[in-house]
Design a protein around this ligand. Sequence first.
Ligand code: SF4
Ligand code: SF4
Length: 230
Amino acid sequence: MMPAKTMGVKIKMTIDGKEYECEPNQTVLDVAGANGIPIPTLCFNPLFASHRSGSCRMCLVEVVAGGRPGLQPSCTLPVSSGLSVSTVSKQVYRARRLAVEFLVSEHTQKCRDCPASGGCTLAKFCRDYDINGVPVCSECPNQRESCLLKRGVLCMGPITYANCNAYCTRKGYRCEGCHSTLVNEDVLRFGLAAYRDAGFRAEDILEGAEVFAHDKVSILEAVMKREGML
Ligand code: SF4
Ligand code: SF4
């Protein structure tokens, strides 16, 4: 229930160039939701609306006027008079896409057994943000301490498309990258970071990547250069 001192007071803010009247105790996400403006969320649960961690970064909007400029989570961004935000700018799209990529790169994918099968929000976001694949690591049971990389084995899982249910690593072998490298450069960066953390040199990675098609290796090399690995 609204605090008594704010009852009846309306303020105006702008979303995507259109002005909306709202209550002072609302957030930008609230106003967008009330006016049918789609903003994706993962960690926000309307049943626990008083708890808003803003941690999934999916609901980011860009403040363009009337507030601290830049990207901010709309679920915790209070409305204020004159505030103007964009939900559709390039920066917003790119930041949300990065958030999904980060999630899928860390995600343990068990789609075959998942009760959300067919209605998976994360899968929907992958489609919405044009993310075509996740690394073999996401399907591999050897994550974290038992990962082959930690044992000095150059597994190509971090930069290889999944969908094989990590066939080889489940049998105790390394992934040799028979599917393909990830064409998505942002996700590739996560994979390269895993190699770097495990102490592999650029030459080792490129030697292992010889199994990939030439155009994929070129993408890999370009990203490695940008990451200062070559
Ligand atoms: S690097 Fe290889 S062993 Fe490690 S989690 Fe990825 S696929 Fe599994
Ligand atoms: S080598 Fe091929 S089948 Fe084996 S884990 Fe890698 S991508 Fe899957």
